[in-house]
Every structure is written in structure tokens, then in C-alpha cells.
Design a binder for this molecule. Structure first.
Ligand code: PEP
Ligand code: MG
Length: 589
């Protein structure tokens, strides 16, 4: 059963926020910024030796975090704390600090001064990558000061802490996880869908608050965060707290293995696949008994690193994925970089409107060296294995053919060089753009399989940026136009006899599942942690009643009519744009 969130009581102080990555966390706030001296003894005089000792302790802590992240995330080959270590040992900074200490000044003041100067300089930089470094500088300065005072929290990491940040990048998330943070709050809505996806993969509960809520989130305040429902409470009523702690325990319980074969109550077989971003999720999908990997987001290893993985490194990742995938079946999606999934080393591709810019295969065509390197790696990894390749952001038959031509050229070049590879992978198209819906029959004829990316389909049909909180309430997955598009895609797949799955958030929405099933979808790809809940929901549904529901719902030309059929409360988009994504359910990916 899907746990029900306890409702709030007047005793709770709720801070408005938007759901970003599900999970419940309770803990005390830690604000990522330059702390005041934690000991309050900022005038104390330390020797140069003591400062050096604090630098060594900080170094050892950072290395320990690095080891911890490696043990949890195999593909983070990069040193996520490398920049931290470089800053820690930076000669200019060390000369400044040691010079001040030798002159008899209090070490804490000199550390603050030296780091503060660089923070000020970096935060004014027009270069985004330098601005990103501000948080690293703040973190190290805080660690150094704490270690100078004999360690404490800096050494213990962030266990039980809910971190408040004004910006979060993929490497920040890795660091928070390495330091065992319980959850995170992003202030100012600077989130992007890939940060949400990554936070979910890393199982780090996350919400986004606007700046007005930040004032209450002071260091040490006890808070309760529900990242799936978009709730943040301080001074919560003890009863609510208890109810939430039970929910928290349920959320954190290991996901339940699936029944061997997913069937509706009236015996229709449904395929349950997993969306995978990290290899650890592939392992989880296998352990739980999923039917395969319906979507492997190959951009995730690119986003976790400071430089793109080379061909051999990618071969290794894809091979391990194919070996892990249940039944050896995984649809490897070609890079979907761009839009809000910008790797730190491609800062210039953002453009004025990233969602409509160089994204997915457009990005790959702009960077042919990255494109061919990835395709070669996938083909090599698929040697002797079943191989399915999925194309993101297909907008025309032509773009599908262009990608196929690149794949064929790479296969020919590998064959010419005598390199073992899979010469004939199955090729699938993500149907997630309105243009692809209008041409879906023709694309289906060319493709071996189709996958509906509802996250983007909703975004592009409704012209609602999926990462812009200001328009979140207009992101209505059950909008009649979206449902009609899904109807067209299903019809084309049936006419052309092509396998079809849904791999966007709609696939794990308990309210929309019967609708999709009733429309004829029988393969759903969802995050591994949601597999058993989705299976439970499917096992309780009948095809005949679902089909009747779908027929009634699709007959409605209005959002209100659809909501009435689905038993949803009147749409929040008529109540103003502050409402969170989803209809109180868990936003998934
Ligand atoms: C989608 O668009 O629905 C999808 C599954 O892909 P992503 O969320 O990675 O864009
Ligand atoms: Mg998509």
C-alpha cells in the first residue's frame, strides 16, 4: 500500500517548497556557507604547525569521503573531491594564511580573510565554472577552521543533517551523499531536472524553497523534509512527527522483491522495467526481479565527472550495465545532454533557451567526437549480447535516419578495424516531442521499438519548462492534449507492430496507471525503488474497467473533465502557480 502522508496540524510551521526527490528525512539544518567561527574563539593564536596539522586532517577527511563515494557509485571514476584538495593546498592561499599566522594574527581571522577574498573574486566571475567553486571554497574554509579547533562536525561529515544550499551541482550531491547527509533543501529554485533525477538515484531527499523560506532555516533547527510530497516543517507537532517517522521508516525500508510475473487482476501480462541512471540501480532492478531496463540514462556518468569518460571507460560502464540488466535486456539511451542536463565541461552550449536548444541528439551532432565515441563504446559493449539503443529527442524521420547512419558508420569502422562489436543493435525512438507524435507512424515504421518520454512530452506539448517552478502548476500530465498524443503513439505502435513502453513519471503515478493501461500500454519503466508499488497497483487493476475509464477520460476535451473522470481534485493550475508538481503523489523519473 502506498503510505499516506499525515496532514498538517496548526502547530506545524510549514515552509512552502516544491517536491524534487522523494524520501522523508528528519534532521537538523546545516547551511552551506562560510560559518562564523564555530568555537566562538576566533581570537585564539595558533602556530603555523597547528595550521598545517589542520590542513592534513582536512586532507584525510576529504580522502575518506572520496573512498566512500567510490564504494557506493562505481561509475564516479572522477575524483569528486579533487577540486577541494587542489584548493586546500593552493599555494597562494597557504602563503596568505601562514604569512598572517607568522605575523601573530589569529589563524581563524586569516583563514576567513584569505578564503573570503577568493570567494568574493569567484562569485563575481562571469565564468559559471568558477562561480560553482564558491561552495567548495566555503566548505574547505569551514573544515579548516573546525579542524583547527580539534575536528568535530567537519570530521563527522553531515550525518543526520539536512543541508541548505543556494546552488547544487552534480558533484555537490555526490559530496553530500559521501558525507552521509540526510537530505537537502535548495533555495531559490535553481534546480534542474537532472539534479532531481540524480538526487533520486542517490536516494537523497530534496525539496526546493524560494528565498522567502530561507530565513527560518537557520543552522541547527530541527526540520522534517518530505521530498516526494514537497513538505518542509519545523517545530512539527509531536503526533505529526511520529506519523512521519513511521512513513520515513517505510520509505527507507529496502524495496520489496517483485512477484515473478506482473499480471492485472484479470490476467493481462504487463512488463515492468526499470529506469536506471547509476549501475547500483541496475543491480537493484535485477535483485528485485524487474523484466529489464527500459531506460538507461547514459548522460548520468557524464554529469558526475569533470571530464567526459573516454571510449574504454564507457565500454566498461555499458558492459557492466548489460551484464547486470535483468535478462540482459537494457535500452541504452544515447546521450541526452543539453537542456537542463549540462555537463560542467560544456558551459558554452547552454544558449538562451536550453530546453529548446542543443539537447539530446542535437547536442551529439554538434559534438561528433563525443557522439561517435559513445556509439562505438555501446556497440563494443554489446558484442555477443542483445543490444537496444534508444534515441532521445527524435523530432523527425530524418533525424532518426541520421542517427542510424552514425551507428552504421561506427559499426563499419569497428568492423574495418577488426574490433569485436554488435553490428545490428535494435534501434528505438523516444517519442517525447510534438513533432515526433505527428510523425509517429512513419517513425514507428523505421524504428524497432518506441518509448514514450512523458516528462518531456508534457513539457513540450504544453510549453511548460519542466524545471521552472514558476510554471510548475501548468505542468499537467493528464491534460487532454497529452492524453490524445499518447493515444496516437499507442495506435501507431499497434499498427506497425512495435513494442512500446512508457518511461516518464506518468508510469508510476497510481492515478494515471489505470488510464495508461486502459489505453493499451502494457510496459512501464519506473525507478527501481518504485517497482513494487507499481506492481501492487497493476495487480489491483482490471483491463476491462481500465479500458472503460480510458474511453470516458479521452472523450473529455477539458482538464476539468479529465480530473472528474480520474477522481482528482480540481486542477491546481486554476488555483495559481505555487502548487507543487504532481497531484500530491510522488514525482518520479
Ligand atoms: C522523459 O522525458 O519522460 C524521460 C524519461 O526522459 P528524461 O526525464 O531523462 O528526459
Ligand atoms: Mg526525456
Amino acid at each position: 500500500m502506498i503510505p499516506v502522508a499525515p496532514s498538517e496540524t496548526p502547530a506545524d510551521i510549514s515552509i512552502p517548497c516544491v517536491a524534487a526527490a522523494d524520501g522523508v528525512a528528519m534532521g537538523t539544518i546545516h547551511v552551506l556557507r562560510l560559518d562564523p567561527d564555530p568555537s566562538g574563539d576566533s581570537a585564539r593564536i595558533f602556530s603555523v604547525e597547528e595550521v598545517r596539522q589542520a590542513v592534513e586532517s582536512t586532507h584525510a577527511q576529504l580522502e575518506a569521503f572520496q573512498r566512500r563515494i567510490h564504494s557506493r557509485i562505481e561509475e564516479s571514476v572522477t575524483q569528486v573531491f579533487r577540486a577541494h584538495l587542489a584548493i586546500l593546498h593552493d599555494k597562494d592561499l597557504m602563503d596568505w594564511i601562514e604569512g598572517g599566522v607568522r605575523a601573530g594574527r589569529p589563524a581563524v581571522a586569516v583563514i576567513r580573510e584569505a578564503y573570503g577574498h577568493h570567494i568574493e573574486m569567484f562569485s563575481r566571475s562571469p565564468v559559471a565554472r568558477l562561480r560553482e567553486k564558491v561552495q567548495d571554497l566555503e566548505d574547505i574554509a569551514n573544515r579548516l577552521v573546525r579542524n583547527l579547533h580539534g575536528g568535530g562536525q567537519g570530521g563527522a561529515g553531515l550525518h543526520g543533517r539536512i543541508v541548505v544550499a543556494h546552488a547544487l551541482y552534480p558533484s555537490d550531491l555526490l559530496r553530500l551523499v559521501a558525507q552521509d547527509a540526510a537530505g537537502a533543501i535548495l533555495i531559490g529554485g535553481g534546480t534542474t531536472a537532472h539534479i532531481n533525477v540524480l538526487a533520486r538515484s542517490l536516494q537523497l531527499p530534496l525539496v526546493v524553497c524560494d528565498a522567502s523560506g530561507a530565513g527560518r532555516l537557520t543552522e541547527g533547527t530541527a526540520v522534517l523534509l518530505d521530498g516526494g510530497r514537497g513538505r518542509l516543517m519545523i517545530s512539527a507537532d509531536p503526533e505529526v512527527l511520529t506519523a512521519y517517522s513511521q512513513l520515513s521508516a517505510a520509505d527507507q525500508a529496502a524495496p520489496r522483491p517483485l512477484h515473478p510475473c506482473t499480471m492485472t487482476a484479470d490476467g493481462c501480462r504487463v512488463r515492468l522495467l526499470a529506469n536506471v541512471g547509476l549501475l547500483s540501480e541496475g543491480q537493484m532492478a535485477r535483485d528485485l526481479g524487474a523484466d529489464g531496463v527500459g531506460l538507461y540514462r547514459s548522460e548520468i556518468p557524464f554529469l558526475l565527472r569533470d571530464d567526459p569518460p573516454n571510449e574504454d571507460e564507457q565500454v566498461d560502464i555499458y558492459r557492466r550495465l548489460l551484464d547486470l540488466a535483468p535478462g540482459g535486456d537494457a535500452a541504452i539511451r544515447l546521450l541526452d545532454l543539453g537542456g537542463d542536463k549540462i555537463a560542467a565541461y560544456f558551459p558554452h552550449d547552454l544558449g538562451p533557451n536550453p530546453s529548446l536548444g542543443l539537447r539530446g541528439i542535437r547536442f551529439s551532432f554538434r559534438h561528433p567526437e563525443i557522439f561517435t565515441c559513445q556509439v562505438r563504446a555501446i556497440l563494443r559493449a554489446g558484442h555477443g549480447r542483445r543490444l537496444r539503443i534508444l534515441m532521445p529527442m527524435v523530432s523527425s524521420v530524418d533525424s532518426f535516419r541520421d542517427v542510424r547512419a552514425v551507428i552504421e558508420r561506427c559499426a563499419a569502422s569497428l568492423a574495418g578495424a577488426g574490433i569485436p562489436h554488435n553490428p545490428a543493435p535494435s534501434l528505438g525512438a523516444m517519442i517525447e516531442l510534438p513533432s515526433a507524435v505527428l510523425l509517429v507512424q512513419e517513425i514507428a515504421r523505421e524504428a524497432d521499438f518506441l518509448a514514450i518520454g512523458t516528462n518531456d512530452l508534457v513539457q513540450y506539448i504544453l510549453a511548460v519548462d519542466r524545471s521552472d517552478d514558476q510554471v510548475a502548476a501548468w505542468y499537467v500530465p493528464w491534460h487532454p492534449a497529452v492524453l490524445r498524443a499518447v493515444r496516437q503513439i499507442i495506435d501507431a505502435a499497434v499498427v506497425c507492430g512495435r513494442p512500446l513502453s512508457v518511461c516518464g513519471d506518468m508510469a508510476c503515478d497510481p492515478v494515471l496507471l489505470p488510464l495508461l493501461l486502459g489505453m493499451g500500454i502494457t510496459a512501464f519503466s519506473v525507478p527501481p525503488r518504485r517497482l513494487s508499488r507499481v506492481q501492487d497497483a497493476i495487480r489491483g487493476l482490471r483491463m476491462d474497467t481500465s479500458a472503460a475509464l480510458a474511453a470516458r477520460t479521452l472523450a473529455s476535451p477539458t482538464i476539468a473533465g479529465v480530473e472528474e473522470q480520474l477522481g482528482l481534485p480540481p486542477s491546481r493550475f486554476r488555483r495559481g502557480p505555487a502548487a507543487p508538481l504532481g497531484h500530491g503523489g510522488v514525482k518520479e523519473s
